[in-house]
Design a protein around this ligand. Sequence first.
Ligand code: AMP
Ligand code: GLY
Length: 423
Amino acid sequence: MTVLLIGSGGREHAILQAIAKNKAITKIYALPGNGGMADLAVCVPIKATDIDGILAFAAAHAVDFAIPAADDPLCLGVVDALQAIGVPCFGPTKAAAQIEGSKVFAKRLMQKYNIPTAAYAAFEDFEAARAYLREKNTYPIVVKADGLALGKGVVIAQDETEAITTLRSMFLDGKFGASGNRVVIEEFLTGPEVSVLSFCDGKTIVPMVSSMDHKRARDGDTGLNTGGMGTIAPNPYYTTAIAAVCVRDIFLPTVKAMQSEGAPFKGCLYFGLMLTPNGPKVIEYNCRFGDPETQVVLPLLETDLFTIMRAVAEARLDEIDVRWKQGAACCVIAASGGYPERYEVGKPITIGDTGGALLFHAGTKLDGGALTTSGGRVLGVTQVESALSDAIAGAYEAMRHVQFDGMYYRKDIGRKALTADET
Ligand code: AMP
Ligand code: GLY
């Protein structure tokens, strides 16, 4: 089979390494892919958002199956377009991808189907939103741009001044483009955060091993929000008892809700949860694998990933026994100096002996055989061990052998999880 993988991050590299194990696959094209993929895929410089380019490529190369892994193409309707030319996909249609693509859609869905989430109100103009803030007068409060905003569309405002400045930047300054035409204001929740990715075929849902992201740029959860600086799995806060509540009150109701809305969800449905004193609540849905959650979750998957993906596309996930390895994984991300703000690219990367660690490239490219940086999050190393503490130590040991000018990484990935483990 010929497979098309759409995207270019560490997540895509982790998916690539997992599907490449399937013997039925003879060729994989990565659009556009990255500098670490050349041994397993043919990277083709077509952007993940170039839907026409992707369609033309798929039609010309007898593609049998497509895996759009990034949020933009999914929200743009790449699955609908590929299916229309007869290419089966692992991923949601444009209608189903709204669960991530529009925060207003997601909040309305949860409200309508009684899925636990932060109380909220949605606005389409600045004055109404400002009036609501004055009336509520409770801080902190959370302000979110409706559409995709590269993880930057959420502001936790500590006071009225900050909330109004945020509203102004979204509604009036156009800082978020069309994503800021509608804004959600919601209640500030507290508690440990858990990411749960799941396989979903429209009617059956199979949650994956839970994980913990580290979204802030700096140690101790300080600094700016990023796409994610490191992950561990499983997440020790996500106990068996909490998982049962999430399946009953959140996962199954979400699958049913999407069916009822005429937009059954197929692909990887990501639940960003907060374990609040009043029970688990949904912070956000994503319509795709998380990055860098995928880099710790897939290494723990025992069942063949491509077999599961095909079953999802054919709506027969209930036939598959999805199994997980015992043990724990830790992924640490090396980023370019300055990320998530301005940073330089084109820095040569040297990778020494990283031992048994898995290496997932993200912002890297091959320049005539030389590996250089090309993005903010450059690459991640993942270590799998029986104990989480060993996985963390192993990932950091491996990271000592990765170097590029300006490189930085968080030194405390998983530390919080270790304390939770002991309690
Ligand atoms: P998101 O872009 O939706 O993942 O949000 C980014 C981060 O903002 C989340 O990981 C949370 O840490 C935080 N966040 C979002 N919504 C809330 C909320 N209602 N209460 C507290 N924190 C939130
Ligand atoms: N790591 C968070 C995300 O993929 O959205």
